[in-house]
Design a protein around this ligand. Structure first.
Ligand code: PHE
Length: 341
């Protein structure tokens, strides 16, 4: 059996040395080392050997297999190098041709808008905070003054992992998480950008979307600070002639609460289809942090107050770029995405 192996090796080695093309090499590889190759066939016959000879022959066979594989690799490299040299010699390679352009990717339009939003608030002295997307019922609802049977929960149905663990429905839980960590220090000035989830799906709602939360806590802070900050934000994002207005609204975690509108970016306030002839477009929800929320997270509402806001990133991006269907952001159609290089 040993002789059989050795003679097979000799033959294989000389055939490999004589191979002239990559194709020939591959055929040799199959012939000797493949599943139905000669080496495998010889190894199959090992059962007929006396037991004490099997390991010796096995070891020899393994060595031969490794050697042949190395030989084939080496020969392949040699053939490639030869082919390259031949091409050069024949002058078929024009080294003065320009290189092939490398295709560069770019950021998703939503990422671009989120970074723009973050830049504006960083410039105003805010820091960036983060929280988990898989959130507990406590932070998503309870700590925000929405106890178990609160009707406001109905507008934020979510995807539940367990009865007390869900995909967060807004970035507001980051408010409570940050306050717990910082209390009773002030000032707190953070924004929290990220993904949120709701059981919604149509042209203006996606089950996953993005928000940027804002939170400021201090001893003296008022609704006018909130309005001034948001005015600055919209003017930097959409142009210096932008105006904002606050409309009374309700959120369980702010009191008073407001929906914030900015002048319509399409008609600049004169009235059009996008703003439904009102001249205003809603961009976010906001308000003064509710005393219950302050105290649950460690700030005494007698001494501290704060404001909070939450904006939808898709909505801002749609207004900025004139996109009319939110689903376009997530369809991954390269013809759409390429327009944002
Ligand atoms: N979390 C609210 C929402 O998703 C928005 C909001 C944030 C409102 C902060 C007030 C203060 O609808």
């Amino acid at each position: 059996m040993r002789e059989k192996l050795e003679s097979m090796r000799e033959l294989a080695e000389s055939e490999i040395k004589l191979a002239k093309t990559g194709e020939e090499l591959r055929q040799l590889q199959v012939k000797y080392l493949g599943k139905k190759g000669e080496l495998t066939a010889i190894l199959r016959g090992m059962g007929g050997l006396p037991p004490h000879e099997r390991p010796v022959v096995g070891e020899l066979a393994n060595r031969i297999r490794d050697n042949l594989a190395t030989l084939i690799d080496g020969k392949e490299r040699e053939l490639k190098e030869e082919a390259r040299r031949r091409l050069f010699a024949e002058n078929k390679v024009d080294v003065t041709l320009p290189g092939r352009p490398v295709v560069l990717g770019h950021l998703h339009p939503l990422t671009v808008v989120m970074e723009e939003i973050a830049d504006i608030f960083l410039g105003l002295g805010f820091n960036i905070a983060e929280g988990p997307e898989v959130e507990t019922d406590y932070y998503n609802f309870e700590a925000l003054n929405m106890p178990k049977e609160h009707p406001a929960r109905e507008m934020q149905d979510s995807f539940y992992i367990r009865p007390d663990i869900l995909l967060r429905t807004h970035t507001s839980p980051v408010q409570a998480r940050v306050m717990e960590k910082t209390a009773p220090q002030v000032p707190v000035r953070i924004i929290a950008p990220g993904k949120v989830y709701r059981r919604d799906d149509d042209a203006t709602h996606s089950p996953m979307f993005h928000q940027v939360e804002g939170l400021v806590i201090d001893r003296e802070i008022s609704l006018s600070d909130l309005k001034g900050t948001l005015l600055l934000f919209t003017q930097q994002m959409f142009g210096p002639e932008q105006q904002v207005r606050l409309r009374p609204s309700f959120f369980p975690f702010t009191e008073p609460s407001a929906e914030v509108d900015m002048s319509c970016v399409i008609c600049r306030g004169s009235g059009c289809r996008v703003c439904k002839e009102s001249g205003w477009i809603e961009i976010l929800g906001a308000g003064m942090v509710h005393p219950n929320v302050l105290s649950m997270s460690g700030y005494d509402p007698e001494d501290y107050r704060g404001y909070a806001f939450g904006m939808g990133v898709e909505r801002i991006a749609m207004l900025k770029y004139g996109i009319d269907d939110l689903r376009l952001f997530f369809a991954n159609d390269i013809r759409m995405l390429r327009q944002f290089c």
